[in-house]
Each structure stands twice: as structure tokens, then as C-alpha cells.
Design a binder for this molecule. Structure first.
Ligand code: SF4
Length: 404
């Protein structure tokens, strides 16, 4: 008997009569539109990526050419004269569990805290500014819908204690209208003294706040593994890039430049940007869809250039790696996995493991894959495309791409 063996590093996706083979070893892709070949895979391929193939099928030119192409590009090979069905093992994803209530409740050893990667804590509210309200649903930033109040420190401390020593927690973000005026900043420092050495603390600030609170900023400089993140319009970049190093070591600073238009992009290209590390962050302001269409949308060239590993493909099929392991605590105590989704609880009454179990059960953010949203679930590229982003959640449009 002859067998057609597809390499275990190759993913086969069949949708609407088309088939995509993706080799996660070398990033090669093969799109197949021929119905006879697609049907051969639909009817024969088993979970081990193998199927028996009859001699008469092999005699057709089309199938022979296809096998030559498969072998040439390392997608697989034809195995001749094997008496029994060959065996090969498919890899398994290494996450603790799936977002299935049954699995969680059956397993007493389940410790949800080990999935925590990043927590963002809004210590106080920000100015009532529409730009920030929009921005906080797209990226980590001041949340401005709730003004002035400070986060209750006792409740925060109770909520954080079980989390802060978890080794998987690699980042704590401190945010707010003005983190430096939070009345319990010293207590927060003491609380975070015991965090794992590798956990990074990112303090998000508006640039003018540093200048107006130069004395207070020294107070927080002794956090270990510290970074200050600033959001700036690129037009203000040069001015602040010259002033801020007088108050803070440049090595601790990072700029996120908010890009809303072609003009912002052109301006950024025209300025010297070698002073401080800076990232370009597109902002959807409700009026710049055209800018997103031109500069952010995925096109065929982007898809062709995607070369992700086997693990990344499994991640894309099972979790949303932008969201997975992240929690946000707003300054009124409300807890979210993603600010675009439902609240999971409040630090006043919720216990951290219970919050994570809620997210496992709802699966709205950590497990929001392209396989769950339309039209991506019917698209052959859904396991290759980057995870569903906050832009898509905000726009309620899940195909920011030029692929129909
Ligand atoms: S429809 Fe969705 S999965 Fe397909 S290319 Fe567009 S964004 Fe990616």
C-alpha cells in the first residue's frame, strides 16, 4: 500500500473548497484550489497527517505533479510499499487547560494564578478627555471615563497579594491621571517589594506631569526593573525628548507615539528619533478608518511574509496571545481581562483565582481566537493571521484586511 505522509510541522486548513498547507518549519505556504486534490485530503487525511492513496489515483498527471510539488517544498512525501499504516505524532499545545468549565471543575490541582502574565493597575482617574477614553480601549493608557478618585489601597493589596509572587507574572503596569500623586504610592512600593526579580514595573505618565512633579518622581525610582512609558503626539516628541532626560534617566524611558494620520507618520519620519526608544502606536479616533485601511490592514504580502512557528500556530488556534494572562484593574476597583469586554468582578469582593476562572468560563478575551469570529472563522488564513486586536473589538469588525 502507498501512503501520502504530510510532515507533522505542516498544518492543513480546508475551507470553502480551498486548501492551505503551511509548513511551520520553513514558513512555506501552498494554496490548492483543485477540487480533486482538496477532496483527496478531506476524505483521507487522518489526525496523524497521513492517508492511504490508491495506485490508480497516482496515475493522473495532476496528482503526480502535486506530489512532486509537495516533496520539492518539504511538505511531505509518498511512502511506497508499507504493509501497515505508518505512525507519526502531532504536537500538543502546552497551556494549563482550555476554556471549558467541565475541564476546570474536574481537575482539583488546577491553579489559575499560574496563567497570570501581566496586570495593569489604574491608581487614579485621568482627565475627562475623549482621546484617552478611546486610547485605553486600544492600548494600556490612562482611562478617563471615571475621574479623580484614587484606587482603594486596602482592597488592592488584598487582591494583589496572591498574584504578585507568581513567577509567570512578568509585568505590572501602574497607570492613572497622575500616578505620582497617588496617596498610597509608598504602600504600593512596599507591597511590590516581594515581586519576582524578573517582573518588570512599567509606570505610565504624561510628560508634563514629570516636569510638574519632579520631586515625587525620585520617590518611585527605586522600584526594581523599572520603566517609564510616555504617550506623545509625534509633533511634541522633539520638545519632550530634550526636556525629560533632565528628570529621568533615558535608559528607563520609552515613548509611545500616537499616530492618527498620514501627516503624523510623515512628521515622525522627518524628525530625529534616536534619542529615546520609541514605538509607533496607531490610534483609531472614529474618523481615520481610511488611514487604518491603508496602513494597518493586513494584505496578501503580509500573509505571504508570515512565518510563524508550530507553537505560534497552536497558540493562534487556542488562545488570544495579545490578551492571554492579562488583567486590568480600574481605579474604581472594577476588574477586566480586556476593557472592550464585560467586567469580571471588583477588587472589593472578588478573589484573584475566582476572576481568572470567570475568564476561563466566559472566554471572551483570553480565548478570543479568529476561529470564533466572523468572517475570520471561514477564512483559510485564520490560524496564520495575528490574534484579534483591540482595534477590531472597538470597531466591531474582525477582518481588518484586504483579503475577501
Ligand atoms: S478574514 Fe480574518 S483571518 Fe482572513 S485574512 Fe482577514 S483578518 Fe485574517
Amino acid at each position: 500500500m502507498k501512503y501520502f505522509v504530510i510532515d507533522p510541522t505542516v498544518f492543513v486548513e480546508i475551507k470553502n473548497g480551498k486548501m492551505l498547507l503551511y509548513n511551520s518549519y520553513n514558513g512555506e505556504k501552498l494554496l490548492v484550489n483543485d477540487q480533486q486534490i482538496v477532496n483527496l485530503f478531506i476524505n483521507g487525511l487522518n489526525k496523524m497527517n497521513i492517508f492511504p492513496i490508491e495506485n490508480e489515483v497516482l496515475e493522473t498527471d495532476k496528482i503526480r505533479d502535486f506530489i512532486i510539488e509537495i516533496e520539492k517544498n518539504d511538505f511531505g512525501y509518498l511512502l511506497s510499499n508499507n504493509k501497515t499504516l505508518p505512525i507519526q505524532f502531532a504536537p500538543l499545545i502546552n497551556i494549563q487547560t482550555e476554556n471549558d468549565q467541565e475541564i476546570i471543575t474536574k481537575d482539583n490541582s488546577f491553579n489559575p494564578l499560574i496563567d497570570i502574565r501581566e496586570i495593569s493597575i489604574h491608581l487614579n482617574g485621568g482627565p475627562d478627555n475623549k482621546q484617552f477614553s478611546n486610547l485605553s480601549k486600544q492600548i494600556n493608557c490612562i482611562h478617563s471615563e471615571l475621574i479623580t478618585d484614587n484606587l482603594n489601597f486596602n482592597q488592592l493589596s488584598k487582591f494583589l497579594l496572591p498574584i504578585i509572587n507568581v513567577k509567570s507574572l512578568f509585568k505590572i503596569n501602574l497607570l492613572g491621571g497622575n500616578v505620582l500623586t497617588y496617596p498610597y504610592l509608598e504602600e504600593v512600593k512596599v507591597l511590590l517589594l516581594s515581586i519576582h526579580q524578573s517582573t518588570q514595573i512599567c509606570v505610565y505618565l504624561l510628560p508634563h506631569i514629570v516636569i510638574n512633579n519632579a520631586v515625587n518622581i525620585k520617590e518611585i525610582l527605586d522600584f526594581q526593573n523599572l520603566k517609564f512609558i510616555f504617550y506623545l503626539n509625534p509633533h511634541l516628541y522633539k520638545e519632550f525628548a530634550e526636556i525629560l532626560p533632565k528628570y529621568l534617566p533615558s535608559s528607563l524611558m520609552e515613548y509611545n507615539l500616537i499616530i492618527e494620520s498620514e501627516d503624523d507618520l510623515t512628521f515622525f519620519d522627518s524628525i530625529e528619533n534616536n534619542l529615546i526608544k520609541s514605538n509607533l502606536i496607531p490610534l483609531f479616533n472614529g474618523l481615520n478608518f481610511d488611514f487604518f485601511e491603508k496602513n494597518v490592514f493586513t494584505d496578501f504580502d503580509d500573509i505571504k511574509a508570515i512565518s510563524i512557528s508550530q507553537n505560534e500556530v497552536y497558540q493562534n488556534k487556542n488562545i488570544n496571545s495579545y490578551n492571554f494572562g492579562k488583567l486590568v484593574v480600574l481605579h474604581n476597583g472594577d476588574i477586566y481581562a480586556n476593557l472592550n469586554k464585560k467586567m469580571l468582578g471588583n477588587i472589593e469582593s472578588s478573589y484573584a483565582p475566582e476572576i481568572i476562572l470567570n475568564e476561563y468560563k466566559i472566554g471572551e478575551s483570553w480565548f478570543l481566537t479568529r476561529l470564533k469570529v466572523s468572517p475570520c472563522k471561514n477564512c483559510i488564513y485564520n490560524f496564520l493571521c495575528p490574534p484579534v486586536s483591540n482595534y477590531e473589538l472597538l470597531m466591531n469588525k474582525f477582518n481588518l484586511c484586504h483579503i475577501s
